[in-house]
Design a protein around this ligand. Structure first.
Ligand code: MN
Length: 239
């Protein structure tokens, strides 16, 4: 069986105790790896920090891209100064992932953005973000206390959208672990779903195979199998 290679962008951490103290590591959550595998793809982890041109080389190897969750996007990249409530930023990761999104779109390779990944896509294509969703009037809780398998707020899905076709319904309950959200949607993207407070929860590309969600479907696949459909779409689109 020909398994498309799905490149999953890595997060970075610094070891804070024990042997290896201070060492820097790249990693990707096992949930992403498992979901891509169950959907029929071959997962590989893509570290940033390999220098200029590495995003282009990674796209020689990867048939599809999964932009994983992580820290906040540097507001400088969409023309704002940092405000209170902005989380930790990583300019090297931003630079790599933005290059990866733009190149994948040029090449027509499918992209699935998850949480931070949706925010990165919007900034890469010229959009802006709310730095802290808690500052919006009437905002729901978008950073839930419960674990990833637990459905939190609901989202209303636009009829006729790619997401609507994949999940087969107008409403979905999702987990929620984000403090940023899309403000101005980039040209070339269409809104697919919103929570009851109006926060954009999913988007898709108008002319490129691109889907992004603000929640973490990889964390819900166990109890909510419909979430696996997003990963199946990515693998199908890579063929
Ligand atoms: Mn949310």
């Amino acid at each position: 069986m020909n398994q498309p290679v799905v490149g999953i962008t890595a997060s970075a951490l610094t070891v804070e105790s024990g042997p290896g103290l201070g060492g820097e590591k790249f990693f990707a959550g096992k949930g992403y790896i498992d979901a891509v595998g169950r959907a029929g793809g071959c997962p590989v982890i893509l570290p940033f920090g390999g220098g200029a041109g590495v995003a282009g080389r990674h796209l020689v190897v990867a048939d599809a891209i999964l932009l994983s969750g992580g820290g906040d996007v540097d507001p400088w990249l969409y023309g704002e100064e940092p405000r209170p409530g902005l989380g930790r930023v990583c300019p090297e990761r931003d630079e790599y992932e933005i290059a990866l999104v733009r190149l994948a779109c040029e090449l027509g390779k499918p992209v699935l953005g998850i949480c931070r990944g949706m925010q990165v896509i919007n900034v890469a294509l010229g959009g802006t973000l709310h730095q802290d969703v808690r500052c919006l009037a009437g905002a729901l809780q978008h950073f839930q206390e419960a674990g990833g398998q637990v459905a939190g707020h609901s989202v209303q899905i636009k009829a006729g959208s790619l997401l609507h076709r994949l999940v087969g319904g107008d409403t979905l309950r999702t987990n929620s672990f984000h403090n940023q959200a899309v403000k101005a949607l980039a040209a070339g993207l269409t809104a697919c779903a919103r929570s009851a407070d109006g926060v954009l929860e999913a988007l898709e590309g108008q002319t490129v195979p691109l889907l992004a969600v603000q929640w973490h479907p990889e964390g819900m696949c166990g109890r909510h199998p419909v979430m696996l459909e997003l990963f199946r779409w990515l693998v199908r689109a890579a063929h």
